[in-house]
Design a protein around this ligand. Structure first.
Ligand code: ADP
Length: 172
């Protein structure tokens, strides 16, 4: 039985992430989607919020579970018995970063393979940061994230909010 780990910030989970998770779940016996607790970037959502949104979005897939982790991804992979790390590739610039990470992870844990899935065309321009920016400026994000995520974003950026308002997790 092959367990795969799909790690990321998921701040918030997007339709692009869900596309990768759904396709990975069809390839591997079990897939753990793991929300990285403390990435080196400003977050809009707490770890619990990020986990809850991903759990709700993926609840229809029986072989997928959502959790959070801290520390090295490969250590967490070993802890849960995962032999594959799943990553999504959108554009060439993703490739450089993913290649570097894959090389480092292979040094750290030679037994763990990195499998990159190419983004589906309609999601190849989507990123969590772009979606947050659109939501902040009051644009429609309806086809980019599930409905419950769009609702959560609207709560963070109410329509009449001060444009200079910076939520606590973004460092304000
Ligand atoms: P990280 O902070 O690790 O970049 P993200 O949550 O932004 O975490 O992304 C997790 C993984 O999902 C990464 O491999 C990223 O390239 C991939 N990903 C993000 N957005 C998309 C998308 N629209 N299509 C395909 N893969 C994506």
């Amino acid at each position: 039985m092959t367990t795969a780990l799909y790690p990321g910030s998921f701040d918030p989970v997007t339709n692009g992430h869900l596309d990768i998770a759904t396709r990975a779940a069809a390839i591997f016996d079990r897939l753990t989607v793991a929300v990285f607790d403390a990435p080196a970037k400003n977050l809009l959502f707490t770890t619990k919020e990020r986990m809850d949104m991903a759990t709700e979005a993926l609840k229809g897939l029986p072989n997928v579970n959502v959790t959070s982790f801290t520390g090295l991804t490969v250590d967490f992979a070993r802890e849960i018995g995962a032999s594959v790390l799943v990553r999504g590739l959108r554009v060439m610039s993703d490739f450089e970063m993913e290649l570097q990470m894959a090389m480092v992870n292979r040094q750290l844990a030679p037994g763990i393979e990195v499998v990159c899935l190419m983004s589906s065309l309609q999601y190849s321009f989507l990123s969590s940061s772009l979606i947050k920016e659109i939501a902040k400026l009051g644009g429609s994000i309806d086809n980019m994230v599930p409905e419950h995520v769009a609702r959560a974003l609207r709560q963070k950026f109410p329509p009449n909010s001060d444009p200079d308002f910076i939520p606590r997790h973004l460092g304000g």
